[in-house]
Ligand binder design. Sequence first.
Ligand SMILES: C[S@@+](CC[C@H](N)C(=O)[O-])C[C@H]1O[C@@H](n2cnc3c(N)ncnc32)[C@H](O)[C@@H]1O
Length: 243
Amino acid sequence: MDATTSEFFSEQFAEAKLDSKLSRSETEARWIAEQIPGERILDLGCGRGRVAIPLASMGKSVTGLDSNPDYLEVARKRSAEAGVEIDWRCMSDTELEDESRFDGVISLFTSFGYHSDAVNREVLARVARSLRPQGVLVLEIQNRDAPRTFEESVSEEITSSGQRIEKRYVFDPRTSRRFMTFSYHERDRSHGVGSLDYRLYSVHEMLGLLEEAGFEKMELHGNARGLAYDPLGEHVVYMGSKR
Ligand SMILES: C[S@@+](CC[C@H](N)C(=O)[O-])C[C@H]1O[C@@H](n2cnc3c(N)ncnc32)[C@H](O)[C@@H]1O
């Protein structure tokens, strides 16, 4: 994991943005289990195992891949506490090599798009190759067409632990990349800044890339809990199967 990415995906980010979504993980796991016939599921960019762990508790055979060793250490502890076994893999999605093994690959809460266009494309090809024929992809990413994409914004969020996060977003239409900077403050003392940019894809662009990577029968959803697709919604879930 390069230094910029690991700085952004910090402990503070995980507490504020990932652990805060733990309450919906069970619902997401249930919805995903309904969409994927078969046992072997790869969670790509699994973070601290927010959804991988409930999926394993449902009897799925789960592999959790993330390039952040600190997140995987927490994931390992949490899966042990939950009494489930998961094949945790600390590696980049650019190194994914399993051939035709998985019944399903999931990638949730925008864990895709951090590379250049060419490498993002290569990751989709690797994902397709890791699936067995008719294996299912569930890919949730931010929707480029949502109005907020184009707003240059600075906003503040106070987390449940009292931490203040200042979030800055800037979108560059020439590259379709969104730049974000999160600054963390506690009792007005700064304790960390992380910046990262990622590619935002429009629906028609993403559908083209997925077809090129070898997917068919694509469906669109609004989130991984069964919300209907909204062309202006914040997220899109792309679901389809490997040809
Ligand atoms: C926004 S978080 C989402 C985590 C998790 N999917 C969830 O919903 O809780 C994005 C995750 O992608 C991981 N990530 C970023 N770049 C990656 C890469 N090149 N290969 C694998 N994981 C990566 C980060 O470490 C982080 O855990």
